[in-house]
Design a protein around this ligand. Structure first.
Ligand code: BG6
Ligand code: MG
Length: 211
């Protein structure tokens, strides 16, 4: 087996919370009269909340003060948290859950590496708060993806070098972060065809073919 650890992105990989991010940003954009669609939403994947807001505001006809931006980010997060509050363990698809159990049974160490500050809340909602061997998230990093910091922290938490870990990502920024940190990457979803990834997956269950 090539890898000793697997580091999972959260939104759009382990869970479909990427859709909730989209809906919450879309509601804010509509309220402000700023054009925003699913294609543009792809640019927000993997990057921090404030960086996401800056990308959204690029299409605005006017500029906003720092105070207004903080308020917009809080408004988006409140709407996002409302959607997250409805998550239950059933939101982890059964084939994803089974794959996690199978990978662990093979002796692999498993981690989460996410830019989201809501990671602890989400893991708790779906009952995975004690499942992973390490969790690195937006609360403990200074640079979000495409910087490799969050994956390097996750690998450190696993006690493994990057070369022994596989990163699983749905964001181009995440694939770039994996490459910058010296990790192999399995890309899926939005980033599936990204040429920087070593593996191109339909979904998490395909990970079994990467080992
Ligand atoms: C990432 C998402 O996982 O987390 C981004 O892909 C999001 O779209 C980022 O902006 C930050 O999330 P949060 O929950 O801290 O606002
Ligand atoms: Mg993601």
């Amino acid at each position: 087996m090539n890898y000793r650890g697997i580091i999972f992105d959260l939104d759009g990989v382990l869970l479909s919370t990427d859709e909730y991010h989209y809906r919450a940003w879309k509601a804010l954009a509509d309220r402000l009269g700023i054009p925003f669609d699913r294609e543009r939403n792809g640019l927000l994947r993997g990057v921090s909340r404030m960086e996401s807001l800056e990308i959204l505001l690029e299409k605005s006809a006017r500029t906003y003060s720092e105070e207004e931006k903080q308020a917009f980010a809080a408004e988006k997060n409140a709407r996002y948290r409302e959607l997250l509050s409805k998550l239950t363990p059933a939101d982890v698809k059964s084939d994803v859950r089974q794959t996690l159990l199978d990978l662990r049974a093979l002796g692999l160490k498993l981690a989460v590496g996410s830019s989201s500050k809501n990671t602890p809340y989400i893991l708790e909602r779906v009952g995975l708060q004690d499942f992973f061997d390490a969790v690195a998230d937006g609360n403990g990093i200074t640079h979000s993806k495409p910087h490799p910091e969050v994956f390097l922290k996750a690998a450190e938490g696993l006690g493994l070098p990057p070369a022994a870990c596989l990163v699983v990502e749905d964001a181009h920024a995440g694939v770039a972060a994996a490459e910058a940190g010296g990790f192999d990457c399995a890309a899926m979803g939005d980033a599936r065809e990204d040429p920087r990834a070593r593996w191109h997956l339909k979904g998490v269950p395909d990970l079994r073919g990467c080992l």
